[in-house]
Design a protein around this ligand. Structure first.
Ligand code: ZN
Length: 690
């Protein structure tokens, strides 16, 4: 083992230890006090990291790790009772891939190829995963004699009195079908509370100046674990029953049948549960419920998928704290934990400086997130976030992800404070305070920066049509981009969650940006927005640079441009002293170097004048009438000539093609009279492959 590896291992050991403590702490808050500080998703994210580290560094594995135990110790106030068989929990899956890996594992343990059994008994039983708390109900001679919470999975709390207030739980089982009620039976289910009840109770809490409950599950748990059962009764708890945990005097072949048996005894079973023949049906069912979950009166957070065949389920066995024959296939989590690597400062339209955190890539709600907004420098102070910190990132509604928590317990001492800028990153002007915001003291800075981005993506420049003015403003306001160079570093995940940006339009824009990375030299120079350098001058400069540069790359182009003296620049056609001075200064301005560096890193591929057009108009005589929206007359003439055509000012019998722009004059009628082919501007663009 090298020194580097061993320090890496020691670092992992320390992190594992910190994670275990933190998880145990949050688990106690969650299970014992029903008062979580972290969302399930953020908590799961920590457990996932710990599991991955324990797998990678097995020397640190430990039987008392929170990854090996369920729940937390029961509260002192309640009578304790052991479970006859442990109440396990489920492993989570978040993607089709994880689900298919689960099936492969189940195949390995049952020694049976399961995925090919599609046409016999349905392979899976899928249940809505209700966000409540698990309950165990013990019936003797059909009478409910005891109800226990899960507790730590082995010992639960006796909540029999409280459970008697729940209408969905039968006090007495009855034989309504062909299955007899055995002398003793242990039934398991979920106790939950409606969303409506949560908002009613929280409204009351607020009125009384008390803290609102975090979610329906915690309120359900809190309501059940009331020493005074009249409080429990007032909360109108509900329940579904879904499993039988004791042996039966008759054979039950499938999990689906368990539900039928339960229903025949008068239990409450969820009517939305379904069998599924193949994994693809499970994916579809989960996706459908993710969309319509809001329509349910209660919260669900995914599906529980079980091997329907009970014999296979048993044969798959148990791993750690979870049965191998079942998995919780959860909806996309909108929170996760990750590490802040750096913070960059971006200048918005109005000159406001927005700090944006650069994160280790993390999957949040199905998309990879690398940036999160920190809003302003007061927020950094309030959160006390530092570079190197582990943080909770949240995606909610229609805004870019934000940092909501800093997990200070995971600090190593190497975290660095985030510096507060004193100078504007765009133009170097001093920064001034404006309420909680910092602003560039140059009032024109933000607007100028915005205009230069809009110029950069305009048709004659990089031509990124998906980036209209409104979108540029949105990206600036959200801190997704600070200058034109940032455009090339946007990811699908960065933009997918913005309002009016679905997955598809995000994909399209990312594709369009990637296509734009290939650009002709003249358009590139025009895009830079050097004052007084229009399309014509950019073309002139491009010709000269092409001649002098060793290769076409961004740094080489800049080297050549910087090598030009004012005299050399002035020798170029149409370049007067004013334009020469402007170019000379632009390439030497240190703030422009930031943009150049980003464009270099973005691997912009510069090309010579478009080879694509070569020859497509060979031998054709072409005339233009009206105004073209994408090209000046001179530019269009150049394009025609580059494509091998000849430009003709008036329509005569020799002309082969007339290109008609807006407000075409008499030339269009002449062309029609002479039977000459007419193209609109779009056809011209298409034919030339522009
Ligand atoms: Zn500024």
């Amino acid at each position: 083992m090298t020194a580097n590896q061993s320090s890496h291992t020691a670092h992992a050991g320390k992190r594992i230890e910190q994670l275990r403590k933190l998880i145990a702490y949050h688990r106690t808050l969650y299970y014992t006090f029903d008062a979580p500080e972290l969302s399930d998703a953020a908590f799961d994210s920590l457990v996932h990291e710990l599991e991955a580290l324990e797998k990678q560094f097995p020397q640190y594995a430990h039987a008392h790790s929170p990854t090996q135990t369920v729940g937390a110790a029961p509260l002192e106030e309640f009578q304790k009772a052991p479970h006859e068989t442990p109440m396990l929990s489920f492993t989570d899956a978040f993607s089709p891939q994880e689900l298919s890996e689960w099936l492969t594992r189940a195949e390995n343990y049952t020694h049976q190829k399961l995925s090919t059994q599609e046409n016999k008994t349905p392979l899976f039983y899928c249940e809505l995963k209700i966000d409540g708390l698990a309950i165990e109900l013990i019936y003797e001679k059909g009478i409910l004699i005891q109800a226990l919470t899960r507790g730590d999975g082995y010992i639960g709390e006796d909540v029999t009195v409280q459970v008697r207030t729940i209408a969905d739980i039968p006090q007495q089982l009855e034989q309504l079908g062909s299955w007899p009620v055995p002398p003793k039976v242990i039934i398991r289910g979920e106790v939950y509370l409606t969303k409506d009840m949560l908002s009613r109770i929280n409204a009351q809490q607020q009125k009384e100046g008390k803290k609102p409950y975090a979610n329906t599950r915690n309120l359900a748990a809190g309501s059940l674990r009331q020493l005074d059962p009249t409080i429990t009764a007032s909360r109108k708890l509900l329940s579904f029953q879904y499993d039988i945990a004791s042996t039966l005097p008759f054979t039950v072949a499938t999990h689906e049948q368990y539900h039928q048996v339960l229903a025949s005894w008068g239990c409450t079973v969820n009517p939305h549960n379904r069998t599924a023949k193949a994994l693809k049906d499970v994916y579809a069912l989960r996706d459908a419920w993710e969309k319509k979950r809001d329509k349910l009166a209660y919260e669900i957070d995914g599906l529980v998928v079980l091997l329907n065949n009970n014999e296979l389920f048993t044969r798959a066995g148990v791993v750690g704290r979870a049965p191998r024959g079942a998995i919780a296939y959860k909806f996309k989590a909108l929170e996760a934990t990750t590490i802040v690597r750096g913070v960059r400062v971006q200048v918005g339209r109005t000159g406001v400086l927005t700090p944006v955190a650069e994160l280790d890539p993390v999957l949040v709600g199905g998309v990879t997130i690398t940036n999160a907004t920190l809003h302003n420098f007061d927020e950094i102070k309030r959160l006390d976030v530092r570079m190197g910190d582990t943080v909770v990132v949240t995606r909610s509604g229609d805004v870019i992800p934000k940092i909501t928590h800093v997990l200070t317990q995971l600090r190593t001492g190497k975290e660095k404070a985030i510096p507060i800028p004193t100078k504007c990153p765009i133009d170097g002007s001093l920064v001034v305070a404006d309420g909680v915001f910092l602003k560039c003291s140059n009032k024109r800075c933000g607007a100028r920066n915005r205009n230069s981005i809009i110029h950069f993506v305009s048709r004659a420049a990089f031509d990124i049509r998906g980036l209209g003015k409104k979108i540029v403003d949105r990206f600036l306001d959200e801190g997704l981009i600070g200058d034109a160079g940032d455009i090339f570093f946007l990811t699908q995940g960065d933009i997918e969650n913005l309002e009016r940006f679905g997955e598809k339009s995000a994909t399209n824009l990312i594709q369009e940006i990637s296509d734009a990375e290939k650009i002709t030299l003249d358009k590139f120079i025009y895009a830079l927005g050097i004052p007084h350098v229009g399309e014509e001058t950019a073309r002139t400069l491009a010709k000269k640079i092409q001649h002098d540069a060793k290769k076409l790359s961004v740094p080489e182009i800049m080297r050549v441009l910087q090598s030009y003296s004012l005299e050399i620049l002035q020798e170029l056609p149409d370049v007067g002293p004013k334009v020469a001075q402007s170019i000379y200064e632009w390439v030497r301005d240190t703030h422009n170097q930031i943009l150049i560096r980003k464009l270099t890193e973005a691997h912009i591929a510069l090309t010579q004048k478009s080879q694509k057009t070569g020859g497509v108009l060979k031998g054709k005589i072409i005339c233009i009438t009206g105004t073209l929206s994408n090209f000046s007359r001179a530019h269009a003439k150049t394009l025609i000539e580059e494509a091998g055509g000849t430009f003709h000012a008036s329509v005569t019998g020799k002309v082969n093609i007339v290109i008609a722009g807006d407000n075409p004059g008499s030339k269009l009628n002449q062309a029609k009279d002479l039977g000459i082919e007419v193209w609109n501007e779009q056809m011209f663009i298409q034919k030339l492959g522009l």
